[in-house]
Structure formats: structure tokens, C-alpha cells
Design a protein around this ligand. Structure first.
Ligand code: HEC
Length: 496
């Protein structure tokens, strides 16, 4: 009876102790001798990126090593579901995102007015919220991050989709958080707690229940593994079966701080913390791993600047490229409504549809796009002219501007936010400004005329007035038609 129960429990997690982890007879091979200190992340065209002393390094698909971004000061790297690089930059105390056009956007550099310590490692949940750890290794004299009681905080943080930053684990709940990962179903938050330079401090792998709002359930904290007095756990990655690949341990003892009774390498655990296998790496400072390659079955391992690889039995659970997890485009019907579908699924599904420009011109009108836009040179100007869009933009750029108006704002079309002397607030994009008057068009496309003397406060917001929900209730086929319509528009605007 007891045995049967135990087997059931294991089966429920989908992980069986006997399931293969690495390919039969696979051994780790040395790929690079220097430069790969931390944070490996796979990009299907660039190859592997990693953090090192010189900056972000790159191992191209053809095996060539180069410096991809010099002096980047990064540690943990990951690509989000749109293929944008999210980087922890401990040297600059911040987390950044590299946009498709190459600009580096700071996502978080402060919490509650205090500068972060050393953002270390980063992961995402299925909704695209970003989680990162903020330990402080080495010098603590310049640490700004304290709580209301004055405790120095080495916490875990979440960046929400609106870029608000929340602290989800704080002083007393974790000691020195390093690696971090969320299970694919958003149920669990795994944290590698690794305080290596203090005798008796944490070298533990924790699991917390993650609540729907992205908060950690502190009371649910479960110890999955304890490295005791040895070097603790560092980077965590997951495979498609939810198994954890945790870098850690040490081959050559570093007394009194670290023993070597947990050797250096990759520790593979079930979601319940059962050690399934250990892959020894004959090099110290085994810091992290990354699933890579077109089948996501090559595991790269960073160790003391060297890079190793080994073939695995199943693919890794990465956010991008979508080899798994994401809904394949063929599963999304052309009749499906845009609303509720993940962004990548919409992009992929629209790409499969040719679209009908004539139908698209009807959608343009029915979705009230013409409240703010014009398509013929003869129309009186309202806002951005789209009559030449087919000349200026490619299909996927057009689609992105429609689905994510806030991503790239056309110069001159930022949102102007006004507070009037009466206390009333107004927002819109500026259509005209004279010495004593402002003319705005609001999110409903309505023109607002305001006398400047009535304005108390005027601010510019770097967001778009254009509502993204306008295409929520149309189908994939209609969205493809709308895009095909814009592609067909090739008439330059009238010269002023
Ligand atoms: C409330 C006003 C408003 C409405 C309604 C509106 N837009 Fe826009 N749109 C804007 C503004 C303002 C911009 C420029 C700022 C920006 O880039 O978001 C813009 C930009 C765009 C762009 C990028 C243009 C370029 O030159 O790159 C496209 C494409 C677009 N809109 C399509 C649409 C479509 C399709 C609809 C209807 C579903 C629509 N818009 C409805 C205000 C609006």
C-alpha cells in the first residue's frame, strides 16, 4: 500500500526516477577555455551568449567565439518570449532589456528609493512577469538596500508587465538568493540560496508556492536540498519534464568557508527535491547551465570561465525560441479571436494567413481606426497618416504597431497629459499647438481644444494614445486582412 502511494505521487509530477536525463554514454566536453563565466542563454541565430570578464561573449553556431557586447557588467541572461535579451547587470545594479532595435531599456534599478545590490539571475513566468534575485557578494559597505527596520536586504523581486517592481522575498525569508526559476505551470518558485563566504550560512535550494498574483507564499517554503558546509547552489534551469538542473558544489575545498563534500557539477532534481543524478564537471565555480541547439537538447555549462556541453535526453524548458510550451500556430484557428491569445501565437497564426486587403479596409473602418488615422492624401489630417504604410513598414512591423502601440511611439505622437486649473485631467496626442491653444485627440479619437491659460500642468508620457484592445474582438483572419490592407497602401502623403 505504501509503495503504491509513493509511485502515484511521483507519477503525478510526471517525473520518474528512471527516466533518462542525459543521452546514453554522454560525457561533458570542453567547448571554450575562457570567457564563459556565467549566465548562458541560447539564441537560435546568434548562438550562445554568456557573461564574462570582457562583457557578453558569444559562441556562434559555427563555433567561433567573440565578444558580443564589451564591458556589459552582466550576470544572469535570458531571452523573453519575444526574443529580447533580459540581463542582470550587477556592475550597474540594474536589470535591463535589449529591444529589437538594440536600445537598452532599464527595467529596474531601484526599489523603494534604494539602489539594488547586484542583480544576479533572472527568469520569467508564463505571463511574462520577470523575477530576479539581488544578493550582495563581497563588499557590503555601499549596500543601500535596507528595509524599514534597517535590515540589509538581499531579496527576490518581480517586475510586472506595467514595470512596477515588487519585493517577493525579503530579509529573514532567504539569506543570499542567487539562482531563480519558476515552474512552467507557474506553481512553484525555486530559489538557490547561496551564502558562500560565511561559515554556517545558507547553501540551500528552496521551493515556494507561487500565488496567482506572482507573490511567494512564504509559509510554503520547502527545503529541496542542502549543500551543508560545501559550496551551495547557483543557476537553476528546468527541462520540459519540470526537472531542475542546478549548478553548484566545489571540487577543491576552500576552508573555512567551503568544504568539498558536494563536488562541483550539475545536480538534477525532481520538483520534489529528489536528487536524480549528478554530472561532475572537473572545473570549479560551476555557475549555470543553458539548454541550447535547434532541439534544445544540448546543455551548456559555465564553470570558472570555461564552457562545457553535453547532450540531454529531453529538451529544456526555455521561454524562446518556442520549441515547446507555446501553442503552435497550426493549433490556432483563423476564426479564433485575438483576445486572450499569447502575442507569439497571434504573430505565428497571422503569418499563416494571406489576408484580403478589401476585407481589411472594412475592418479599418469597423474598428474605428479612422477616428485617428487617414489613408488618402486628400483627407484632412487627423493623426498618423497610414496611406503609405506599405512602403514604410514590413508586414510584421505593421502587426507589431497594431498589437503593441506602446512599444514604438512615433516621434511627435507621445501622449500629452494635462491637468486643468479646474482639477480636470485630459490626455491625448497633440495635433496642433498655437500661442494660446492646444488641440489634442484623445483615446476615443475625439478632438479636445484647450486654452493654454486654463492649463495648470502639462506632461509628456512615453505611451501611445492608441488603444491596443481595438483588435481584441476581431479574428486572426480579419487581422491578417487588416495587415494585408496596410501593405497595399503605397500613396505618399500630400506635400505641405
Ligand atoms: C485614439 C486614436 C487612435 C486610434 C483609434 C487608432 N490609432 Fe493607430 N495610432 C495612433 C497614434 C497616436 C499613433 C502614433 C503613436 C504610436 O506609434 O503609437 C498610432 C500609430 C499607428 C500605427 C503605426 C504607424 C506608423 O507610421 O508606424 C499603426 C499601423 C496604427 N496606428 C494602426 C491602427 C489601427 C489598425 C487602428 C484600428 C484598429 C488604429 N491604429 C486606431 C492613434 C490611434
Amino acid at each position: 500500500m505504501r509503495t503504491a502511494f509513493a509511485i502515484l505521487l511521483v507519477a503525478a509530477t510526471g517525473v520518474h526516477a528512471q527516466d533518462p536525463i542525459f543521452e546514453p554514454n554522454a560525457k561533458p566536453t570542453l567547448v571554450l577555455k575562457h570567457g564563459a563565466g556565467e549566465g548562458p542563454a541560447w539564441h537560435p541565430e546568434l548562438g550562445l551568449l554568456f557573461s564574462g570578464d570582457e562583457g557578453i561573449g558569444r559562441l556562434a553556431r559555427d563555433g567561433k567565439q567573440s565578444v558580443w557586447r564589451a564591458k556589459a557588467g552582466t550576470n544572469g541572461l535570458t531571452f523573453d518570449r519575444e526574443g529580447r535579451l533580459i540581463a542582470c547587470e550587477p556592475v550597474h545594479g540594474r536589470v535591463t532589456r535589449t529591444e529589437k532595435d538594440g536600445t537598452i531599456k532599464v527595467l529596474a534599478d531601484k526599489y523603494d528609493g534604494h539602489r539594488f545590490n547586484q542583480p544576479n539571475d533572472v527568469c520569467l513566468d508564463s505571463k511574462g512577469r520577470i523575477y530576479f534575485t539581488d544578493p550582495c557578494y563581497g563588499d557590503r559597505s555601499k549596500m543601500e538596500m535596507t528595509d524599514a527596520k534597517g535590515n540589509k536586504v538581499e531579496g527576490v523581486y518581480r517586475i510586472d508587465l506595467d514595470r512596477k517592481v515588487q519585493r517577493i522575498l525579503t530579509y529573514g525569508e532567504v539569506d543570499r538568493p542567487n539562482g531563480v526559476r519558476i515552474s512552467a505551470d507557474d506553481k512553484y518558485l525555486y530559489v538557490a540560496d547561496n551564502n558562500n563566504d560565511k561559515v554556517g550560512a545558507a547553501r540551500k535550494l528552496w521551493r515556494f508556492d507561487l500565488k496567482a498574483d506572482g507573490a511567494a507564499d512564504v509559509a510554503s517554503r520547502k527545503l529541496l536540498h542542502d549543500w551543508g558546509a560545501a559550496r551551495g547552489p547557483d543557476g537553476i534551469k528546468l527541462d520540459v519534464k519540470g526537472r531542475l538542473y542546478v549548478a553548484g558544489g566545489l571540487n577543491k575545498e576552500n576552508l573555512p568557508f567551503e568544504t568539498n563534500d558536494h563536488k562541483g557539477g550539475v545536480y538534477v532534481f525532481s520538483p520534489e527535491g529528489k536528487l536524480l543524478t549528478f554530472l561532475h564537471i572537473d572545473r570549479d565555480e560551476v555557475t549555470n547551465t543553458a539548454f541550447a541547439g535547434d532541439d534544445l537538447r544540448t546543455l551548456y555549462i559555465t564553470a570558472g570561465g570555461t564552457l562545457w556541453s553535453i547532450r540531454t535526453a529531453v529538451p529544456g524548458d526555455v521561454y524562446w525560441p518556442a520549441a515547446n510550451g507555446a501553442k503552435p500556430a497550426k493549433d490556432v484557428s483563423p476564426e479564433a479571436k485575438v483576445k486572450g491569445l499569447p502575442y507569439e501565437a497571434v504573430i505565428a497564426a497571422v503569418a499563416q494567413e494571406k489576408g484580403d486587403p478589401a476585407r481589411g479596409s472594412q475592418i479599418y473602418l469597423s474598428q474605428t481606426c479612422n477616428n485617428c488615422h487617414t489613408v488618402k492624401p486628400s483627407e484632412p489630417s487627423k493623426g498618423p497618416y497610414l496611406g503609405d504604410l506599405g512602403k514604410r513598414a514590413k508586414r510584421d512591423e505593421i502587426l507589431e504597431s497594431i498589437l503593441k502601440p506602446n512599444e514604438k511611439i512615433l516621434p511627435g505622437y507621445e501622449t500629452v497629459a494635462l491637468v486643468l486649473k479646474t482639477g480636470q485631467s485630459l490626455q491625448g496626442f497633440l495635433i496642433r499647438e498655437t500661442d494660446d491653444e492646444l488641440k489634442l485627440r484623445d483615446a476615443q479619437g475625439v478632438v479636445l481644444e484647450v486654452a493654454k491659460r486654463d492649463v495648470e500642468e502639462r506632461n509628456i508620457r512615453k505611451t501611445s494614445v492608441m488603444p491596443a484592445e481595438l483588435v481584441d474582438n476581431i479574428s486572426i483572419a480579419d487581422l491578417a486582412s487588416l495587415v494585408a490592407y496596410f501593405e497595399s497602401l503605397q500613396t505618399p502623403p500630400r506635400k505641405k
